[in-house]
Design a protein around this ligand. Sequence first.
Ligand SMILES: [Zn+2]
Length: 259
Amino acid sequence: MVSRTTDDYQAMVTAGCAAVCEPAFWAGYDRKNKDGFFDYFLQLTEYEPRRAKKYLLPHYCWLCINPKESEDMGLANDVISLIPELLAKPTVLGIGEIGLNKNSRNELLILEKHIQLAADHDQLILVHTPHLEDKLKGTHLILDALKNHGSIEPGRVIIDHVEEHTAPLVLDQGYWAGITLYPESKATPHRAIDMFELYGHERVWLNSACDWGHSDPLAVPRTALELRRRGYDTDFIDKVLYRNPLEFLSQNPRFKPLG
Ligand SMILES: [Zn+2]
């Protein structure tokens, strides 16, 4: 949302969205130092919730240094040191989106640090999985890192951007699976619905990638229309679009979507 206009907030409320949950992620350019991240974290935890509130939409966020910028370990460690204090902000949901981008050794070390940070502060975790040819290997590496930690409860972790070949790996180990809707990569509404049909609809939810590139903040409500076209009833649509994310996010008592 930091790169979207207020028209998008209005459109989302009008389409029935009950909350926005914005991960800390790559801003489209690499930030040079930890001060750049500190300002970004204040934008996520102070300014954006106020801006969204003008349109009656509760705004929540996740905090971390994203995997793409974690290659610089000095910077990553500096940024991680900022986070514990910011976890006290009332709209922070947990640690994310952490994960891997190119499956490098440094990214993996910083992923492990974030997992420890979440464990130390009893936080929910949101994980980004890599793109295209790196996704399958990256998903295995991420699942191993979570399992090797030893104290992370799978039901408190959502592995995001799953596709047809990674959704069963995630679900079989008890994690939540996020299907990200995006016009140019990740999943389309058609493929998301195919995945429900292949792997069921427990511990799965949908999210719209919504950023500075070609993306659609209304991708989730548009998928509701597509579900209707394919014959699903209101109860099913409410379950996958609303009750599933509500169940996961309500593990953090701060989460209060519009009723
Ligand atoms: Zn991501």
